[in-house]
Design a protein around this ligand. Structure first.
Ligand code: ATP
Ligand code: MG
Length: 172
């Protein structure tokens, strides 16, 4: 179904993280929603916090040990959490190179995939996914924009917006 821009905008969830802990808290909360086949497509400038986000997400999944940047390994698989965690960084790949890797096996596997620099491989991403854009707004602050594609992730964003409204309601 085709949606106009205004509808797309209202489907989004936006968080203003004041510090690294806010980012980590949000990523860990998203991990609670994760299910087999979950796909998180991260983008944002160098140093925006994509890997930091991935680390907190993995922690939220219960992945033991250290999660490093997969810039050089491209794909790293972690077991031991509630679901397998597939952490990818496609910064160094072209679209044809990524296409040759057979990423579909991961996307349709039993685990959860998080891709850093996902826009590079957008044409070969699964049709349903959650885009997460990290924008640096200050030394420690980040704007985190979640854009859902598909009903599963639209429901996630609805839930996140509701939760945020409740928190703001009780805080005020
Ligand atoms: N609110 C915040 N959220 C996330 N990271 C933050 C925040 N504030 C400061 N940081 C710092 O920003 C840096 C983010 O680095 P990170 O490696 O996660 O970025 P990246 O987007 O993965 O970069 P790259 O494009 O090189 O992969 C870390 O040093 C982290 O401590
Ligand atoms: Mg990174």
């Amino acid at each position: 179904m085709q949606r106009n821009n205004k509808e797309i905008h209202t489907l989004e969830f936006v968080l203003h993280a004041q510090n690294e802990a806010d980012t980590a808290h949000f990523a860990a909360a998203l991990a609670q929603l994760a299910a087999p086949g979950t796909l998180l497509a991260l983008d944002g400038d160098l140093g925006a916090g994509k890997t930091r986000f991935a680390q907190a997400f993995a922690h939220g999944l219960g992945v033991p040990g250290t999660v490093n940047s997969p810039t050089y390994t491209i794909i790293k698989e972690y077991d031991g959490g509630k679901l397998p965690f597939y952490h990818m960084d496609v910064y160094r790949l072209s679209l044809p190179e990524a296409d040759e890797l057979g990423l579909d096996e991961y996307f349709h596997g039993e685990g959860v995939t998080l891709v850093e620099w996902a826009s590079i491989i957008e044409p070969i991403l699964p049709p349903e996914r959650l885009h997460i854009r990290l924008e640096t707004t200050g030394p420690h602050s980040r704007k985190i924009v979640c854009r859902p594609i598909g009903q599963r992730y639209e429901a996630w964003c609805r839930q996140l917006r509701l939760r945020k409204a409740e928190e703001e309601g009780t805080a005020g």
